[in-house]
Ligand binder design. Structure first.
Ligand code: AMP
Length: 214
């Protein structure tokens, strides 16, 4: 089963993708994570994208499609969760072609709907465990008082350099200009289900499971 989690930055795509990895053994394909890894590894491509990412702009279709192509061609039985991909119509077309060429399909596109003010509140309060990636929020899920990650006991937490108000504004603009047309694209194909991304984390997880089990 292959699915797309679609929604603006801060909608909770990564958090829900991690649940699906744990509960269903699916494989999370986050182009954001892949690009951050490339940046941290100091590769030539990573250096090229670093500035674009820090500003909150989109990396070129060519680069992200290349990253996804490698993973799809390698294949995986349990299925993929596309998290943060596709973000443009060209990426959506490329994904459809790649899946078809490898004899795979797309089972669901889940739109995680949230309002903009909630996004700004969520993102500017967000941090993650440096060891396992568990996501925290200063307001709704603060780092425990003993300074240890609830999942792995790690003691280092980090904030993304693009989780600041200025980059966020650009990321939101990129989302509305280039990614939100995908809602209509997948609706017209009959693949889209919209869920309330502002509900509690467990309720969002239940809504996603309902879609996948339907
Ligand atoms: P994310 O972790 O999904 O919020 O992505 C972080 C940043 O990586 C984005 O703001 C973009 O600069 C870049 N990025 C991630 N995925 C894509 C994509 N599918 N297309 C273009 N740029 C992307």
């Amino acid at each position: 089963m292959n699915i797309i989690l679609l929604g603006p930055p801060g909608a909770g795509k990564g958090t829900q993708a991690r649940h699906l990895v744990e509960s269903r053994g699916m494989v999370q394909l986050s182009t954001g994570d892949m690009l951050r890894e490339a940046k941290d590894s100091g590769s030539e491509m990573g250096q090229r994208v670093a500035e674009v990412m820090a500003k909150g702009q989109l990396v070129t279709d060519e680069i992200v499609i290349g990253l996804i192509r490698e993973k799809i061609e390698a294949g995986d039985g349990a299925g993929f969760i596309f998290d943060g991909f596709p973000r443009t119509l060209a990426q959506a077309d490329a994904l459809g072609e790649l899946l078809e060429a490898t004899g795979q399909g797309l089972d669901a596109v889940i739109e995680m709907a949230v309002d903009d003010e909630a996004l700004v509140r969520r993102i500017t309060a967000r941090s993650t465990c440096g060891s396992c990636g568990e996501v925290y929020n200063d307001i709704t899920k603060p780092i425990p008082a003993d300074g240890k990650c609830v999942k792995c006991g790690g003691t280092e937490f980090k904030r993304r350099p693009d989780d600041n108000e200025e980059s966020l504004r650009t990321r939101l603009m990129e989302y509305y200009k280039k990614t939100s047309p995908l809602i209509g694209y997948y609706y017209a194909k009959g693949d889209l289900t919209k869920i309330d991304g502002l509900a509690e984390i467990d309720a969002v997880r239940d809504s996603i499971n309902e879609v996948l089990d339907a």
